[in-house]
Design a protein around this ligand. Structure first.
Ligand code: GSH
Length: 208
């Protein structure tokens, strides 16, 4: 099994950490999309969008980090981070869909300029303004997650793939002046995630 991407990317880190949690022996092929690697003919043949991550398992070629996360969790069933109970699975999946449809788009918009500058300082100038963490669309999603995380993990009492999915974009929080002090539950959860070796070991030094 081969995973393509770079730990510079939150979506790659999401999948790489899940693979570590599941103790999957996969080969990582470095594709630095920020330096144009995603636009090579070879990579575009595999992922026409030129994005990371992508996974190759035999004849299966898969893109979309949450789809890859689910594939790994289902293939390596009977694992603690993806329940065998249908109702609990539905609950976990609900958070994966929220992550890709609401959480990540909102965070991409608010953090994009800073993240772009950190990745490509010679090309993208530092933004004049700090990320607008107090914008209405941020407050709505952040308040929602903050209230939800008063105890436990994203999908309940145990760590699941939903934590890695929702946690992925928090990779950029420190460099984007996220107001941790205003969100104690999110902060507690971020810290708890960092106690996982899988999460700590997939953090790129750029995002510390
Ligand atoms: N929805 C996709 C998003 C993938 C994505 O946007 N990846 C970024 C890195 S985090 C990328 O490859 N960007 C380069 C590009 O879009 O050209 C997923 O979850 O895998």
């Amino acid at each position: 099994m081969k995973l393509y991407g770079s730990t510079l990317s939150a979506n790659f880190r999401k999948v790489a950490a899940i693979a570590l949690e599941l103790e999957i022996d996969l080969h990582v092929n470095e594709v630095n999309v920020y330096q144009g690697d995603g636009q090579s003919a070879e990579y575009l043949a595999q992922n026409p969008l030129g994005q990371i991550p992508s996974l190759v398992d035999g004849d299966l070629v898969l893109r979309e980090s949450n789809a890859i996360a689910l594939y790994l969790a289902e293939k390596y069933g009977n694992n603690p981070i993806y329940s065998n109970d249908f109702a609990q699975r539905a609950h976990i999946n609900q958070w994966l869909f929220w992550e890709s449809s609401q959480w990540q788009p909102m965070l991409s918009e608010v953090m994009g300029a800073v993240v772009g500058h950190v990745l490509l300082p010679a090309v993208l100038p530092a933004p004049e303004n700090s990320p607008a963490w107090d914008a209405d669309k941020c407050l709505k999603q952040l308040t929602f997650l903050e209230q939800h995380l008063s105890t436990g993990w994203v999908a309940g009492e145990t760590l699941t793939i939903a934590d890695f999915a929702v946690g992925a974009m928090t990779t950029y929080f420190s460099r984007c002046q996220f107001p941790f002090e205003l969100y104690p539950n999110i902060t507690r959860w971020c810290n708890a995630l960092h106690t996982r070796t899988s999460w700590a070991n997939t953090q790129h030094t750029l995002w510390r």
